[in-house]
Structures are given as C-alpha cells and as structure tokens.
Design a binder for this molecule. Structure first.
Ligand code: KIV
Length: 275
C-alpha cells in the first residue's frame, strides 16, 4: 500500500499516526467491526482505524436505535475486536448514558473500555456540552474521538435522521463545537451527515483530523458501517453509502444451496466423511 507517510509509517497505528496523517495529507480509512473474525479481515486488509461503534446495537443486536446498547455489550464487542487486530487503531464507542451524567462517571466508564476491553481510544457524541468530560478523560491519558452532526444517540431530540446543520445558525454552532473538542484534547472528530461545504469549513478550521460519514470528500478521512458497505444490510440505502459487495445475495445463495444439498443428500459426499 503506498502512503504519504511512506517509510515513517509505524507497524502499529496510534492516535499520533492519525494526527500526522492530516498534516501529511494522507486520507484516513475507518470502518466499524464488532467481532474477532471481521476485525481480523479488516485489519489485515489495511484499515487505519476500526471503530467498535454503538451501531452494534443496530447491526449486531437488532435494536431500532443505538440507545439500548450497554457498556457491558460494548466491552464484550471491543474485547472480540482487539483479539483480531495486530496493526490498526481500535476506537470504542461510549454508549448512551455512559458519559452524559458526570465527567467522573464518564472517566470510570472510559477507563473500563481501555482496561477491561483493551480499546486504544474512546469516542463520544457532542460538542461544547461534553468538552469538560473530554478534558477529564484525556487528562487521565485516554485518547478521545469526538462525533458531531447527526449524533444517533440524540435521535429522539432530533426526531429524524436527515442531514444536520443545513441552516447557517446550526452550521456556526457546529464549527464552535469542533473547535471546543479540539481545545478539550480530542485527537479526531467524526462528522456525520452534514453538507460537504460545512465539513470542508470544519476540516480547515481545526488541526485535528475530521472523519466523515455522509459529510463529503473534504474530510480528512471516511468511515462506514461494515455491514452497510459489504451489502449485508440490503434495506439501508442512504445517498452517502457506497456498497463494495453484495454479501446479502452471496450469503443467501450459499445458505439456500446448503439447505438444498442437505435435503437432497448431496452433502456430505463420500469425500466429506471419515472412514
Ligand atoms: O456507531 C457507529 O457506527 C458510528 C459511525 C456511524 C461513525 O458512530
């Protein structure tokens, strides 16, 4: 893989590497994963960051929103991912209500994701409202990634998954939030579902990398949910999503061939049994 960091690229990606990638003009690749086997494939394919997203609540557990997933669930998923990874940075999402009550409680919970699960960093949603919490976590030596724009843990406040910050006032607030997260010590910030021109402005206003999902090409990196980009979910079709495979069809065809082979006694064959 050719990269702008070239020979300076360390064998393990750290938060420092991610920040340096922005200065070097190298785009950052991030995908979600939630289990050992997927994490192993994603890491070996050369990803920079695996996000153990609270989207696990949707794609792994089948919840309608990310709200029900617990800290215990996130610790479990992160432990599974960490065992599959040798090179990339692993960021674990802090679930809803694990960091909103007090900065002290947030620090304890972030500490559990690092100590019990082995995460390399944590991610949490919000801007100025979580700046003190970010500071407290970062001061304890835990790297924090921010998340602005469409923040799914606030879905009941927004009432819709539509593009955020299209109006000037909300766009200006978002830029202030991004600056506050940088000042509080975040090493990167996710921008979800905001206009591309605004993402460009944010990216140029802060020195830490922006990682976009539905935020256009000017971000310093991109992130997608792995089930979406592999086409495992066939019913989620937002404009920003590029599908790199149609695993829904591949898997459905494989399972139905297996069912039919078992029923017709075509499986197992003589070569697929022991003498
Ligand atoms: O939980 C998640 O997968 C995320 C990404 C969409 C950024 O937060």
């Amino acid at each position: 893989m050719s990269t702008q960091l070239g020979n300076q690229r360390p064998s393990k990606i750290t938060t420092r590497t991610i920040v340096d990638m922005k200065s070097a003009g190298e785009k950052i690749s991030m995908l979600t994963s939630y289990d050992f086997s997927m994490a192993q494939i994603v890491d070996q394919a050369g990803i920079d960051i695996i996000l153990v997203g609270d989207s696990a609540g949707n794609v792994m557990a089948g919840f309608e929103t990310t709200l029900p997933i617990t800290l215990e669930h996130m610790i479990y998923h992160t432990q599974c991912v960490i065992r599959g990874v040798e090179r990339c940075l692993v960021v674990a999402d802090m679930p809803f209500m694990s960091y909103q009550v007090t900065p002290k409680e947030a620090l304890i919970n972030a500490g559990r994701l690092m100590k019990e699960a082995g995460a390399h960093a944590v991610k949490l949603e919000g801007g100025r409202s979580v700046a003190d919490t970010v500071k407290k976590i970062v001061n304890a030596g835990i790297p924090v990634m921010g998340h602005l724009g469409l923040t799914p843990q606030s879905i009941y406040k927004f009432g819709t998954y539509k593009v955020r910050a299209k109006e000037e006032e909300e766009a200006a607030e978002l830029i202030e939030d991004a600056k506050a997260l940088e000042k509080a010590g975040c090493f990167a910030v996710v921008l979800e579902k905001i206009p591309s021109a605004l993402a460009k402005k944010v990216t140029n206003s802060i020195s830490i990398p922006t990682i976009g999902i539905g935020a256009g090409k000017h971000c310093d990196g991109q992130v997608l949910v792995i089930h979406d980009m592999l086409g495992i979910n066939k019913d989620f079709n937002p404009r920003f999503l590029r599908r790199y495979a149609d695993l829904h069809t591949v898997m459905t065809d494989a399972v139905s061939s297996y069912v039919s082979d078992v029923k017709s006694q075509n499986f197992p064959s003589d070569n697929e049994q022991y003498d």
